[in-house]
Design a protein around this ligand. Structure first.
Ligand SMILES: [Zn+2]
Ligand SMILES: [Zn+2]
Length: 320
């Protein structure tokens, strides 16, 4: 097995919320408020992904903040459950614009066909990528979706392994099982944690849906193209709390270094997991796991004492 650095060593981590609503759809903050509140808490990047509304806010861009342009598309299964949205399955998809200069005057493009036509949905995703967007599949649990709805999607850059708004809504936030199922059906995609914030409640309220799920992107410099490049290459990890510092393969072993946590797990394409646990009252912040080479993919999940997680992307060993 080749020695390989999985999270780049060079550069610096920048904090990002890649799923955000504003007054341009059903959110309650203006884009300016979003920037102010997120910057106060150490964020450098927010993707503006209002429902069916392409949000590009270049006035927010400066040396310390990158507003990503994008929107959230949807497709609802009205055919089966007409008029009763609480039972309606849906696809929600994030589209992040790689280069807003190419899309002046753009109007958000929705998937055209009926729910269940997976072929046309995959064509939509492919077309969006060809038109210069990165794609992400959102909150399967909240969407009432199961294996057949998401396992054979294609042309996705990422999926939401955690969505903070959905966690408040019904403990629907975590989706590690869906991520593994997508990986095991052959999809190669990253995983992100997001807020999906609508800001119905103030920031000091327990139901505030901001600042609970984020992505740490490793960048040489903070710029729009650098953020897009890191998202495309998978140079990031997702978190609801813990930090991931280093991830590399050396001498046929996976090395993990993280903030103080209770558990470090390595998930693979099978029931074959690796793990290191802290003793009661103690924490761990590093681990070395010998690899056999038959793991298929590896992805790291660090859990802290509050059961918050840091999730690495999945790395397929045959492509390393
Ligand atoms: Zn959504
Ligand atoms: Zn949303």
């Amino acid at each position: 097995m080749k020695n390989r650095v999985l999270l780049p060593r060079q550069g610096q981590f920048y904090k990002a919320n890649l799923h955000c609503h504003t007054i341009h759809s059903d959110g309650h903050w203006t884009p300016e408020q979003v920037k102010e509140e997120y910057q106060k808490r150490g964020y450098s990047i927010v993707a503006f992904t209002d429902h069916r509304h392409y949000g590009w806010h270049p006035q927010l861009m400066d040396d310390t903040f990158i507003p990503l342009a994008g929107f959230e598309a949807d497709m609802n299964d009205w055919f089966k459950k007409e008029g009763d949205f609480k039972h309606v399955k849906c696809y929600h998809l994030l589209l992040w614009d790689k280069d807003p200069a190419q899309h002046q005057g753009y109007t958000a493009q929705q998937p055209a066909r009926r729910y269940g036509d997976l072929h046309s949905l995959n064509e939509y995703l492919e077309t969006m990528q060809q038109q210069g967007f990165l794609t992400c599949y959102n909150h399967p649990y909240w969407s009432l979706q199961t294996y057949n709805d998401y396992a054979h999607l294609a042309h996705l850059n990422a999926m939401e392994i955690y969505n903070h708004g959905c966690e408040h809504d019904g403990l629907y936030g975590y989706a590690p099982q869906a991520y593994d199922e997508m990986l095991r059906s052959g999809l190669h995609l990253g995983c992100i944690a997001t807020d999906d914030n609508h800001n119905t409640y103030p920031t000091d309220h327990p139901l505030c849906d901001s600042f609970g799920g984020w992505v740490m992107l490793k960048l040489d410099t903070l710029s729009y193209p650098a953020v897009i490049e890191a998202l495309e290459k998978g140079n990031y990890y997702a978190s609801t709390g813990p930090e991931l510092y280093e991830l590399y393969i050396e001498d046929d072993a996976l090395h993990v270094r993280c903030s103080d946590v209770k558990k470090i797990y390595v998930m693979t394409d099978s029931r074959n997991c690796y793990y290191r646990h802290a003793m009661p009252g103690e924490t761990v912040n590093e681990a070395v796991f010998p690899l056999k080479g038959d793991e298929g993919y590896i992805r790291v999940d660090c859990e802290d004492e509050y059961r918050r997680h840091a999730y690495s992307n999945a790395y397929f060993l045959n492509t390393l």
